[in-house]
Design a protein around this ligand. Structure first.
Ligand SMILES: [Mg+2]
Length: 234
């Protein structure tokens, strides 16, 4: 299919839509809550809400370092690796059991697909767990997927995950709209040059450059995504 570039002669369409996963498309942060509190208990402690909030949007290794610091445990490589294996197993169990959509997310994905726009999934979650989530979400919605263990450690808030997605799609990042729920993810997408549609889930995202905050994905259509870029260029 030929790529559409404009809707009505003046509303530019995004070159691609780059979707975050956890908290944006699926309500998996609630499942991470359970797994992280279970891991803290397994390690003999209790996870504080401040540390839990700091983990939202973070990749596995950053999450484990935060958890160990919060519990006052020494961040020794062997202990971190064992905790990581435990957390992977627990989250996989939970993801297989239930993975609810965020409001409006499935329809928004379908609308972007129906419009023929290139799309990427850009997640801090590792490939193995992402594949479990994709069994539920549907692989057909994405041309490419970039996972947290595929960016040489340069995870969000580093721009690399978004830059990599744009490279794989062959588009300029500043022609793209990213959809994010977290401060960490928003920072990554803005640093990559994208315009961000922010749909906060667990924590608020501060106002700032190149972002529009929306309450949810309910009713989102392609024209609105295009207007984000058009407003940015104006
Ligand atoms: Mg997220």
């Amino acid at each position: 299919m030929e790529r559409p570039s404009a809707l009505d002669g003046h509303t530019r369409l995004p070159a691609a839509v780059l979707w975050d996963m956890d908290g944006t498309l699926v309500d998996s942060e609630k499942l991470w809550d359970i797994a992280l509190h279970d891991l803290a208990a397994h390690l003999g402690g209790t996870l504080s809400s401040a540390a839990r909030k700091a983990m939202i949007g973070a990749n596995m290794s950053a999450t484990l370092v935060l958890l160990f610091a919060d519990l006052g445990l020494p961040a020794e490589p062997d202990a971190l690796a064992r905790a990581g294996d435990w957390l992977r197993q627990r989250t996989a169990e939970l993801f297989r059991g239930q993975l609810p959509w965020r409001p409006g997310a499935e329809r928004a994905l379908r609308a972007v697909r129906a419009a023929g726009l290139p799309t990427a999934l850009v997640t801090s979650t590792e490939r193995a767990l992402t594949e479990i989530a994709l069994d539920r979400i549907g692989r057909e919605f994405f041309d490419v997927t970039v996972c947290g263990d595929e960016v040489d450690g340069r995870n969000k808030p580093h721009p690399e995950p978004y830059l990599r997605a744009a490279r794989l799609l062959g588009v300029r990042p500043d022609d793209c709209v990213a959809v994010e729920d977290s401060p960490t993810g928003t920072q990554a997408a803005v640093a990559a040059g994208a315009t961000v549609l922010v749909v906060p889930c667990e924590v608020d995202v501060p106002p700032g450059e190149r972002r529009v905050i929306r309450e949810s994905l309910v009713g989102l259509d392609v024209a609105e995504l295009g207007r984000l870029l058009t407003a940015e260029a104006a």
